[in-house]
Design a protein around this ligand. Sequence first.
Ligand code: ZN
Length: 367
Amino acid sequence: MFDNYASVLGLGNFSPIYKSRLREDVKLKKKIGKFLKEIRQETKQEICYYCGNEFTSLCNSHSIPAFVLRNIAENGEVLTLNAFIDNPILKTDKGVNNSGTFNLICRNCDSKIFSEYENPENYIDPPTQKMLAQIALKNNLLAISKRMFEINLYEKAEKELALPSEFRQLKNDINAMDLNEYIENYKKAKKSLEKNSTSDYYLCYYEKLNYVVPIAFQGAIALISDFEGNIINNIYNMSPKYKIKYINICVFPLKNETAIFMFIENGDNRYRKFYRQFNKLDKDDKLQALTYIIFSYSEEVYFSKQIQSDIFSNEKLKKISRNTSEILSTNPFVKPLLVATDTYDLSGRKFVPNILSKKYKIHTTKE
Ligand SMILES: [Zn+2]
């Protein structure tokens, strides 16, 4: 997560003074850009993570299918979450081709292993098991790629930016643990696809909206607590035996509609209470809860430039889109899990604009 590396680079608090310094100090900005680019180079793989063949050329895999982004893009561009966070080293406008990409697999695999779910024709009905497995596969690949990047980041920051080695160790112990879990989940998804399983994932929510929403999202999220405050994931439990469990969420704007769904690994009991509570909410409240969850837990969300611009100055949205960095700057004298459940308290959804509701719908571009 960039909040994590932003904190390494002194951006964690997003203080206005540091921000304006960065804006003016072109040299510093370039230096940070170069530093991050070098880490991307070092993180590059020689062989395809999926098939094991050597790379012949670089392949940019999209975290969200390009067809989905095109449905909300204007002149080929979408906005990133930085439209809220306003971090001077990150870009706010992004071309569809560069949005949320990772480079772990070869072109051949990229064109095959996601093909069912990346086909707009397949959204007439609810997603199939195969599509869910492909989405899980990709969510885990993206997470693996991010963790590999972060591990290199902290190592480089120790060597070149005098980051205390204890801090690097602490961060990378957690990163290594996370990485192993993502690899395990990736293997499960791969196996599910190979054996054409029809029961590995459970679709716990599916809705087709008859309008186009102004945001696109795909990601795996580790919810901390449910609607009644029960803990789902204790993110501070450092025992290697304790597994973090993820819920996959997709918001896919189509040509004239939007497909929204959530799914988990089948048999994953930890989310049962959550999705039962969720499914009891009325339609609008569900959409509001999803908006809240996406903004507060993830940065892989993209916006249409048609979105009503007052959204970007909404203080509540700004605040929750910075949740990760707040958790990092937790006061050590307060129980961190309590702070986390409070920060991510789902009742906070009532105070955010319901971006997925009809009120915010956009008109699709004429392509
Ligand atoms: Zn391959």
